[in-house]
Design a protein around this ligand. Sequence first.
Ligand code: SF4
Length: 379
Amino acid sequence: MTNSAGPKRTRSIRIGSIFIGGGNPVAVQSMTATATEDVDATVSQIRMLEDAGAAVVRIAVDRKSEADAIEEIRRQTRGNLCIDLQENYRLAEVVAPHVDKIRYNPGHLYHHEKARPVSEKVRFLVSVARDNDCAMRIGVNCGSVDPDKVGEFENDSIGAMVSSALQHADLVEACDFTRFCISLKDSDPAAVIEANRQLSDARPDIPLHLGVTEAGLPPDGVIKTRIAFEQLLAQGIGDTLRVSLTVPNSEKHQEITAGNQILEDVKNGRFRSVPTFLEGKLNIISCPSCSRVENDAFVKLAQDVKSMTDYARNHEITVAIMGCRVNGPGETDDADLGLWCAPNYVNFKRGPELIGAFPYEEILPRLKEELDRLIAARP
Ligand code: SF4
């Protein structure tokens, strides 16, 4: 299906061999979850995703050794590649010659070179993108919003996300660069709908990348995502999208098939969602994993948590499971109980408070104990 028409028509931008926005078909994306330095595994996953129909494949790069692997990955693949930067934004200049798009997270530009103004860092990223014929994505995530915006929009997480994205759109455009899109991701489909509506109202010209972050395991992860996408796409909002699922590496293609299925259904008027999701029910959120995952046992842990907690399905409790320290600490803060993986142990939280770190083989009984306590304490 194509994106918005009429007054909400976004501008068209090129990402390698495709265009998004401006009435072009909505592009379905995915992201690799292999170690980026493992060129063979990463190339094979990219091919699997492309065979399933991925229009763009994103690869995380945090270290110089990962950035160095991108040149060889590019040599072995022909599709459209996007790099996902975190704190180490300077790696953009190493990878940009080999990719088609650069994604940065405004909330992560504060960590390195603290004395350097964020506006200067954005100018650097734009000049790298321009010099290397790359598009950009300003990717705002609920768990890592610019700290200044969090302070300014106390108790309004959506307002903080939208304001941060708009501020960065201004910064990028001030460099005379318009070849970018924006994403506003949250694990709550309702927040994704509201944030994207607000952004689209404020800047109907900017293409939007849709996603529900940490949607979790299928089928729930697909249902959560569908709820957000159906509502937004039906209003003409969304130019590219990703369905983020917690699945083993061999099943990553499910992200593409699920995305295409949702697009097909919306195009044909088949709406399966209801306006509320899991009201009064257990909500398991988990990240889709990526090359940053700290232990390969993560996907199995997420699956085990889902089965073990089934007995609590009629309790309104959120359990979050994240694969690494990059997004784990922040994105578990709003859950009742949160787990995030380290190489040899699992960090365990009650809300924002750290309970402790436990070996992988001990975490499930510890989680059950805490879950039982939470259920007993509620009316
Ligand atoms: S939490 Fe970490 S491992 Fe999971 S998708 Fe996010 S960055 Fe990747």
